[in-house]
Design a protein around this ligand. Structure first.
Ligand SMILES: *Cc1c(COP(=O)(O)O)cnc(C)c1O
Length: 370
């Protein structure tokens, strides 16, 4: 590697976020075999740590060997068969991705959309759920493309009233906000390791309720994906521990350490830390005419979307982002879709949710814009 000053990055985009040094060290330890009892003890620890963070006792809670999008595919492809109805809440790019995945499975998709930067309308979602009476209802808890936090309980309740299964995207919320899958009544949830868990990308924590497991077992047709079929994954990640695919040992060492770090801090303090850092960021960005996109009550603490002032819109924002990266080693996220060139998305995820990082960004902006 060259000795350039900014080989080290401060990753304040929508993910990945910086990895805790303890996680990096854990990943460097010598391998165990994937059926070695010493490794299985660590896997047990990871699965119980994930249950804790998901707020669930679901036995089938596991780190899927792939990124968050594969977790999305796994949840949808196990629960849906061609021709099944699904209602998908689309409040941004990741809701739209869920709808695309469901379509490819051959499901009949009813999309309920919100204006960019706003939550899904509960009335519209509930109307659609009651009208369609779908097999499943899917939406995103923490929509990373806009910085919106979707309230979960009422939507999950409406889905249960018509017997639908509920799929929740928790990629950005896990380990940053308290989750309560069991209390909310979520049947399938997925996340990723590179956001608030401060691990590298590559694993997707997922959790399936008993109803979801029953649904996957009683399908007419086999799950189209062999790799993501939870009937098969349960062989290794359930009690039997029989070979399905080779677990990514080093990544799981890293996740185990990441989960220990979260447990040492405690979710209450960790959530507080995220809110405090986000509040300081929002306050500090006002100096540059950057105003939050999302109403205060629906703002995510780990991802802040800000509208850029006129003089920074379009080509100017890209120039400034590149200067932040080249001269200061700080990465921030661009807007996606219709918000491209209009907003920035600034992540303060996991380890990165600290006032010193907020100050580093504000200081760099002051030098660039002052
Ligand atoms: C990052 C993200 C994903 C996709 O995860 P990958 O690890 O990039 O595949 C899905 N949903 C949300 C809300 C995300 O933020």
């Amino acid at each position: 590697m060259s000795g350039r000053p900014h080989d080290r990055r401060l990753l304040l985009g929508p993910g990945p976020s910086n990895v805790h040094p303890r996680v990096l060290r854990a990943m460097a330890q010598p391998l165990y075999g994937h059926l070695d009892p010493a490794f299985l003890t660590i896997l047990d620890e990871v699965q119980s740590g994930l249950r804790e963070l998901f707020g669930s006792v679901n036995p089938l809670t596991l780190p899927l060997s792939a990124t968050g999008s594969a977790g999305m595919e796994a949840c949808l492809c196990n629960l849906l068969e061609p021709g099944d109805e699904i209602v998908v809440g689309v409040a941004g790019v990741f809701g739209a991705r869920m709808s695309e995945v469901a379509e490819r499975i051959g499901a009949r998709v009813t999309r309920v959309e919100s204006e960019p930067g706003t939550i899904l309308s509960e009335d519209e979602m509930i109307d659609a759920i009651r009208r369609v009476r779908p097999r499943a209802v899917a939406f995103v808890h923490a929509e990373t493309s806009t910085g919106v936090c979707q309230p979960v309980p009422n939507l999950a309740h409406a889905a249960h009233e018509v017997g639908a299964l509920v799929v929740l995207d928790c990629v950005t919320s896990l380990a940053g906000l308290p989750l309560e899958l069991d209390r909310w009544g979520i049947d399938a949830a997925y996340s990723g390791t590179q956001k608030c868990l401060s691990c590298p990308p590559g694993l997707s924590p997922v959790s399936f309720s008993e109803r979801a497991v029953e649904r996957a077992a009683s399908r007419k047709a086999k799950v189209q994906s062999w790799y993501l079929d939870i009937n098969l994954l349960a062989g290794y990640f359930g009690g039997e521990r029989v070979y399905h695919h080779t677990a990514p040992i080093s990544a799981i060492f890293g996740l185990a350490e990441g989960l220990r770090i979260v447990a040492e801090e405690g979710m209450q303090d960790r959530t507080q830390r995220h809110f405090a850092a986000a509040a300081a960021l929002v306050e500090g960005l006002r100096e540059f005419g950057m105003e939050p996109l999302v109403a205060p009550e629906h703002r995510l603490p780990m991802l802040t979307a800000v509208r850029l002032p006129k003089m920074l819109r379009g080509a100017e924002e890209a120039k400034l982002r590149h200067r932040l990266l080249d001269h200061w080693g700080i990465e921030v996220g661009a807007g996606l879709g219709t918000l491209a060139g209009e907003i920035w998305r600034i992540g303060l995820m996991g380890e990165n949710a600290r006032l010193t990082n907020v100050e580093s960004l504000l200081c760099a902006l002051r030098r660039e814009l002052g």
